[in-house]
Design a protein around this ligand. Structure first.
Ligand SMILES: [Zn+2]
Length: 113
C-alpha cells in the first residue's frame, strides 16, 4: 500500500515503508515501522515512534538517577538525604519547600513546591 509522504528524503529519493531495528543512546527499542529512502537508504521514523522513543529515553535517564539511600534519625523524625545527583537534576536547594506523602506502604513521594 503506497502512502503519500510529506517529508521526502533530502537526496530526492522516494521513501518506502519498511521496518528497522531502532537503537538510541544504547537503548534497544526493537523493530519499529519506518520509511526507507530507496535511493540513499536513509531511515526515517514517524513522529509517533520518535515521541515514544523520546519518552522512553527520558524514563531511562530518570531511572538512572535512582539511588539507594540511608535513613537517619533526626530528633523524633527520620531524615532522608537526597543524593547530589538528584539535587542537581531537580535544581534543588534549601529555599525549596516540599510536600511529602505516602503513596503506598512502601512508597513515599516528595513533591517540590
Ligand atoms: Zn535519500
Amino acid at each position: 500500500m503506497e502512502k503519500v509522504l510529506d517529508y521526502p528524503c533530502s537526496c530526492g529519493g522516494k521513501l518506502k515503508q519498511s521496518f528497522c531495528q531502532v537503537e538510541f543512546f544504547g537503548i534497544d527499542f526493537g523493530v519499529k515501522k519506518c520509511e526507507v529512502c530507496t535511493k540513499c537508504g536513509s531511515e526515517f521514523l514517524d513522529d509517533q515512534t520518535m515521541e515514544c522513543i523520546e519518552s522512553e529515553v527520558k524514563k531511562k535517564k530518570l531511572f538512572g538517577l535512582e539511588k539507594e539511600i540511608q535513613i537517619v534519625k533526626s530528633g523524633n523524625s527520620l531524615a532522608l538525604r537526597i543524593p547530589p545527583e538528584i539535587v542537581h537534576y531537580s535544581e534543588l536547594n534549601v529555599k525549596y519547600k516540599a510536600r511529602i506523602f505516602p503513596s503506598g506502604k512502601k512508597r513515599i513521594e516528595v513533591e517540590l513546591i
